[in-house]
Design a protein around this ligand. Structure first.
Ligand SMILES: Nc1ncnc2c1ncn2[C@@H]1O[C@H](COP(=O)(O)OP(=O)(O)OP(=O)(O)O)[C@@H](O)[C@H]1O
Ligand SMILES: [Mg+2]
Length: 214
């Protein structure tokens, strides 16, 4: 069944020529240069606090990668407040949580989306122990498998200061991009988030200032 997408969130797909879509493509280019020729297959997006634009940014970024011919896997590792399935109007009965618990197979958990070459691993039902599920050998092995099957793997996560999940995932990724809602984030919170990511040697590629309406 072909599904629709939540067009208000996915501007790069709905209106690829718009200036906003151009900004997402610029972000893709900047990420490429920030990686300084080191391998960059698994990329995670996070923020200091909730609602700064992580899901919106990673969804549009994923589409820009498909537009340059890449096969992309988008993973919803925000298993506490999942939302990527809503952006793509897909079901969420199975996904990362059921895969990590051994209840579903990779094939059953990953879905095609309406966008060619863009695949979605939704969060699956909210588990009681998302940190433990993410901090596991199974999660590491899955990422290694996905690296062989996809050109780019993009991972949406919760905010850094709310739970440890994003710090755990950052240690497994090649790079981290931090979304900062313009004028909404305290400097000391940003510093604390950066310290937590540095603590696990996460590779911070840069910061996106989002929702800057000036
Ligand atoms: N650049 C932007 N300009 C205007 N609105 C935006 C922008 N980016 C995101 N938003 C809006 O801000 C709200 C929160 O965005 P989003 O869900 O992407 O944030 P999030 O960081 O993933 O939130 P959560 O922490 O709840 O997962 C949404 O209503 C989204 O449409
Ligand atoms: Mg989100």
């Amino acid at each position: 069944m072909r599904r629709s997408i939540n067009d208000s969130s996915l501007i790069v797909s709905m209106n690829p020529k718009s200036p906003i879509s151009e900004v997402y493509r610029l972000l893709r280019t900047k990420i490429h240069f920030a990686s300084k020729d080191q391998a960059l297959k698994t990329l995670m997006i996070t923020s200091t606090q909730a609602g700064e634009g992580k899901t919106t940014t990673i969804s549009n970024l994923a589409v820009t990668y498909t537009q340059e011919g890449k096969k992309v896997l988008l993973i919803d590792a925000d298993m506490r407040k999942p939302s990527l399935h809503r952006v793509f109007s897909q079901p969420n009965h199975q996904g990362l949580s059921t895969l990590l618990m051994g209840q579903t197979s990779v094939e059953d958990s990953i879905q095609e989306t309406i966008i060619d070459q863009l695949f979605l691993l939704p969060s699956g039902p909210i588990p009681a122990n998302s940190s433990e599920l993410l901090d596991s050998v199974v999660m590491r092995e899955l990422l290694e498998l996905f690296k062989q099957q996809y050109d780019v793997i993009l991972i949406d996560t919760p905010s850094v200061l709310s739970v440890s999940d994003s710090v755990i995932v950052s240690a497994l990724c090649d790079g981290v991009v931090m979304i900062v809602a313009s004028g909404k984030v305290r400097k000391d919170h940003l510093k604390k988030a950066k310290e937590q990511l540095d603590h696990v040697n996460a590779r911070m590629l840069g910061i996106v200032i989002n929702k800057d309406v000036k």
